[in-house]
Design a protein around this ligand. Structure first.
Ligand SMILES: Cc1ncc(COP(=O)(O)O)c(C=O)c1O
Length: 391
């Protein structure tokens, strides 16, 4: 019999990890419900999750998929991007945002973000990057804060560009009362372990048109016209293949976990906001820049807690000193355009992205983080900065 590697995330050496799950017996019961039913993929849990998530976001259509990367890939394919096309993306994001463009043979073109106080893609930088080959834009609602959708939509309408929203950080976020993911042609979500709504791996794609929905449905499951479930129910005996599709299906266990997590999401997002507010008041005595402190048009969902260290600070030393106190930190993000495999792409200078990417430090943030833990993080950060000021 194969031996399982012993690993319990609760026994990790971090006193304060970067994130923690908000799971309890409800998630266990949901998985058991699926196992008892013994129908493991693309069944009632997926159907229920899609319905619940489209209701939650106010979207006409929702498809569950097995990652945000899959959702982004389906969106760029459904919009027909390909070789010779340019798609504008931020560089201060996870590499999946830009990779989705590359999968189709299209070229990612990087645009800058606004500023340390608002590190989301800058509509003026998008406009500057537009050429005769530009077909679309992918925006990212960084850290759970919606981009300035008024400005983004003005540019995409003016130049007749397609719009995809990468909402990996933003389930539940709103801009002027409307859900992130419902402004563009597609909204793509991640339900990876460390996200606000966690399934382990998982994602969803939102769209407002039947045509886009149908295209994605085929792309999700090999371009086939019927599902295993249809044949199991006796609704079909065979199938046609009408597109070069993929296997981007979500299994029933994860969809069932997703339903529980979706029910908890408003409360978990509320707790994230409280944690963020506590951080902000305690950090006011620490010489770091805190983004999004004035962002009234948006309802954020506080996915991560990035701060920007003063220029000249050795970030790795700060991270090492915090690690010595059992506090995990991270970097959101190393900018994409500097990665070896992305040096081939041309773009305008990205001074704000490069500056912020050098200075960003992500502090632990999850719904169950206590005030004492936040104090410990802030003290450790202040100590790490003081050490460098003294030396
Ligand atoms: C902004 C952003 N986009 C896309 C992804 C990819 O998500 P997934 O891991 O679900 O494919 C992530 C995941 O971390 C992300 O943070």
């Amino acid at each position: 019999m194969a031996r399982l590697v012993k690993m319990n995330i609760k026994e990790s050496s971090w006193k304060i990890p970067l994130f923690d799950l908000s799971f309890d017996n409800k998630e266990k019961d949901a998985v058991n419900r699926v196992l008892d039913r013994a129908w493991l993929t693309m069944g009632p849990e997926n159907i229920a999750f899609e319905k619940a998530f489209s209701e939650y976001t106010g979207s006409s259509y929702c498809l569950s998929v097995n990652s945000c990367t899959a959702a982004l890939h389906m969106a760029v394919l459904a919009l027909g991007f390909g070789p010779g096309d340019e798609v504008i993306v931020p560089s201060l994001t996870f590499v999946a945002t830009a990779n989705a463009v590359r999968y189709t043979g299209a070229t990612p073109v990087f645009a800058d973000v606004q500023s340390a106080s608002c590190p989301v893609i800058d509509s003026r930088s998008i406009e500057k990057a537009i050429t005769k080959n530009t077909r679309g834009v992918i925006i990212v609602h960084y850290a759970g804060y919606p981009c300035n959708m008024d400005a983004i939509i003005e540019v995409t309408r003016k130049y007749n560009l397609k719009l995809i929203e990468d909402c990996a950080h933003a389930p539940g976020a709103k801009w002027r009362g409307r859900s992130a993911g419902t402004f563009g042609d597609f909204g793509c979500f991640s339900f990876f372990s460390n996200k606000n709504l966690s399934m382990g791996e998982g994602g969803a794609v939102l769209t407002s048109t039947e045509d886009n929905y149908e295209k994605c449905k085929f792309l999700r499951s090999h371009g086939m016209t019927t599902l295993t479930l249809d044949r199991h129910k006796g609704h079909a005996f065979t199938y046609d293949v009408v597109a070069a599709g993929y296997n981007y299906r979500l299994d029933e266990m994860r969809a069932a976990i997703g339903l529980v997590q979706l029910e908890k999401l408003p409360e978990m997002n509320k707790k994230r906001k409280q944690v963020t507010q506590t951080y902000r008041s305690l950090l006011s005595a620490v010489p770091v820049e805190i983004p999004f402190t004035r962002y009234d048009q948006a309802e954020s969902v506080d996915h991560i807690m990035p701060v920007f260290l003063p220029s000249g600070i050795d970030r790795e030393k700060v991270m090492t000193s915090m690690k010595a106190q059992g506090i995990q930190t991270s970097i959101h993000y190393p900018c994409i355009h500097k990665f070896t495999d992305f040096l081939q792409y041309k773009h305008d200078p990205l001074p704000v992205t490069e500056d912020l990417s050098r200075r960003v430090l992500t502090l632990p943030l999850f719904p169950g983080l206590t005030t004492d833990q936040i104090k410990a993080v802030v003290n450790a950060l202040a100590g790490g900065l003081d050490d460098q000021a003294a030396s």
